[in-house]
Design a protein around this ligand. Structure first.
Ligand code: EPZ
Length: 416
C-alpha cells in the first residue's frame, strides 16, 4: 500500500501533458468485442482501470498486444462471463454486457454493486436491453442475458446515464433495425465512442446530442482509433494551478470539452488563455468564492466537484457547491475538514466558508476524484499531508505525483 506525501506551499509552474481519457478509453476498448480482427487503439492512458479492462477481455478469449499502441483481436471469443472479482474493482465493467449480447447472443456479467459515491444501479442498462428483446435474469449477483439477435427499439433514459448510453449504443450497432436513444448522454466520451463505432462500419447519428439514432448492420470490422484527451485530468490540473497561484500550460487537452470548467474558473478570478494545443492557466493572488452545480455534460462535471470544493475551501467568501448527479459524493469533505476547511453539508449542497489556510494532515482517499481533491488540497496546505489508499487515484490519473513534481510540487510516493 503506497502513500503520497505532499509538503504544501509551491506555486505550480511549467507545462503538463494531458493523457488520454479514462472514460473514453474504457468503452472504446470494450467496443473491440463487436468485431473480430486486430483493432488498434492510440492515446490509451496507463491506468489500473485500463489494465482491468484488458484482463476482462483476455478472460473472454481476446488476444491483446501492448506497445506504442494497444491492439486487441476478439476474433475467437471463448467465454462471455465477466467475473465478480474483476467487476467489483471496476464498475464500468458493465460496459461489456451490451457488446457481448450483440456479438455472442449471451452474457453473464457480475452486477457491479455500489461504491463510495452512491448505489450506482444499472437498471436503465437492463431495461433498455430488455426493450431490445434480451431475456434477462439476475442470479447469484450476476446479470444473465440472452438474445438470438437484438431488435431495434426506442429507448427513453429516465436519467442521463453515460455508460448506459454507451452500452446500449454499442448493442444497437448489430441489432435488427433502428434504435433511438432519447435523453441520451452528450459527454465527449460518448461522441468519441460513436465515431469509433462508425469507423467500424456502424451507422450512428446524433452522438453529442440527447437523441442518438443507430441503424443496425450485419457485422462490423476492426478499426484504428484514437482516444480523446482526459477533460477531468485537465480540469484537475487547471484547479491545482489556480489554487497555488501558479502559471501552467496544459498540452494535448481539448478546450472545447472544458467550456463549463473554463467559465467557472474565470468567474473565480482565474486567468485562462488558449495556447497552441491546449490552455494556459494563471492563478490569481486570491480565488473568488462562487456557486457551482454539477449537471450532465455540457454542464460542470460531477468528476470535478471534489476538486472544486478543495479550491473553494481557500477562496475569499462563501461558496455553495451542489451535486445533482450522485447521491453520496461528499466523502472528501470530511477529510478536507480535517485539514481545516470550514464546510457544512446541507442535503445535496456543500456550503464552504473560505479559510486563509489549510493545514497538512494524514488523510484517507475514499474514491478516485476524492483522492485528487485531497492531493491538490495538500499542495496549498501548511505543512505535510499524507494520503493513504492511493490505489484509488491510480485508477484514473497517470503518474499524478510525477506530473505535479515536474510542475514544482513537493510531492512523492512512498512504499509502506
Ligand atoms: C460515468 O459513470 C463515469 N464513468 C463517471 O466517472 C461519471 O462520474 C459519471 O458517468 C457521470 O458523468 C465512466 O464513464 C466509466 P451514470 P456512470 O450512469 O455511467 C444513475 C470517474 O470518476 N443511474 O451517468 O456509471 C446513477 O446512479 C467516474 O471517472 C441509475 O439510476 O454514471 C447516477 O446517479 C466516477 N440507473 C446517474 O444515473 C442506471 O442504470 C448518472 O450515472 C444508470 C445510472
Amino acid at each position: 500500500m503506497d502513500k503520497i506525501v505532499i509538503r504544501g506551499g509551491a506555486r505550480l509552474a511549467g507545462e503538463v501533458t494531458i493523457s488520454g481519457a479514462k472514460n473514453a478509453a474504457l468503452p472504446v476498448i470494450v467496443s473491440s468485442l463487436l468485431a473480430g480482427g486486430w483493432n488498434t487503439y492510440r492515446n490509451i492512458p496507463n491506468l489500473v482501470d485500463i489494465k482491468t479492462t484488458k484482463r476482462l477481455l483476455l478472460g473472454f478469449g481476446a488476444k491483446v498486444e501492448e506497445g506504442e499502441t494497444l491492439r486487441i483481436d476478439t476474433g475467437s471469443l471463448t467465454s462471455c462471463e465477466a467475473p465478480y472479482d474483476l467487476v467489483r474493482t471496476m464498475r464500468a465493467s458493465i460496459l461489456v454486457l451490451g457488446p457481448l449480447v450483440a456479438r455472442m447472443g449471451k452474457a453473464r456479467v457480475s452486477l457491479p454493486g455500489g461504491c463510495a459515491i452512491g448505489a450506482r444501479p444499472v437498471n436503465l442498462h437492463l431495461k433498455a436491453l430488455t426493450a431490445m428483446g434480451a431475456h434477462i435474469e439476475l442470479n447469484n449477483g450476476y446479470v444473465e442475458a440472452t438474445a438470438p439477435r437484438l431488435s431495434g427499439a426506442t429507448i427513453y433514459f429516465d436519467i442521463v446515464t453515460v455508460t448506459g448510453t454507451e452500452n446500449i449504443m454499442m448493442a444497437a450497432t448489430l441489432a435488427r433495425g433502428r434504435t433511438v436513444l432519447e435523453n441520451a448522454a452528450r459527454e465527449p466520451e460518448v461522441t468519441n465512442l460513436a465515431q469509433v463505432l462508425n469507423d467500424m462500419g456502424a451507422r450512428i447519428s446524433g452522438a453529442g446530442t440527447d437523441v442518438i439514432t443507430i441503424d443496425g448492420v450485419e457485422e462490423l470490422h476492426p478499426v484504428e482509433a484514437v482516444v480523446i484527451p482526459d477533460r477531468v485530468e485537465a480540469g484537475t490540473f487547471m484547479i491545482a494551478a489556480a489554487m497555488t497561484g501558479g502559471d501552467v500550460v496544459l498540452r494535448q487537452c481539448e478546450p472545447r470539452h472544458l467550456d463549463a470548467v473554463i467559465h467557472t474558473l474565470q468567474e473565480a478570478g482565474v486567468g485562462i488563455i488558449p495556447v497552441e494545443g491546449g490552455l494556459r492557466v494563471v492563478g490569481p493572488p486570491d480565488i473568488t468564492s462562487i456557486n457551482v452545480k454539477t449537471i450532465p455534460y455540457p454542464g460542470f462535471p460531477t468528476d470535478l466537484q471534489a476538486q472544486m470544493i478543495a479550491c473553494m475551501s481557500v477562496a475569499r467568501g462563501i461558496s455553495v457547491v451542489t451535486e445533482t448527479v450522485f447521491e453520496n459524493r461528499f466523502m472528501h469533505v470530511y477529510e478536507l475538514m480535517r485539514m481545516g476547511a470550514d464546510i457544512v453539508i446541507e442535503g445535496p449542497s456543500a456550503i464552504i466558508k473560505g479559510v486563509p489556510k489549510l493545514r497538512g494532515a494524514p488523510v484517507m482517499a475514499t474514491d478516485l476524484r476524492a483522492s485528487a481533491s485531497l492531493v491538490i488540497a495538500g499542495l496549498i496546505a501548511e505543512g505535510t499531508t499524507e494520503l493513504s489508499r492511493v490505489y484509488h487515484i491510480d485508477r484514473g490519473y497517470e503518474r499524478i505525483e510525477e506530473k505535479l513534481s515536474r510542475l514544482g510540487a513537493d510531492i512523492r510516493r512512498v512504499k509502506v
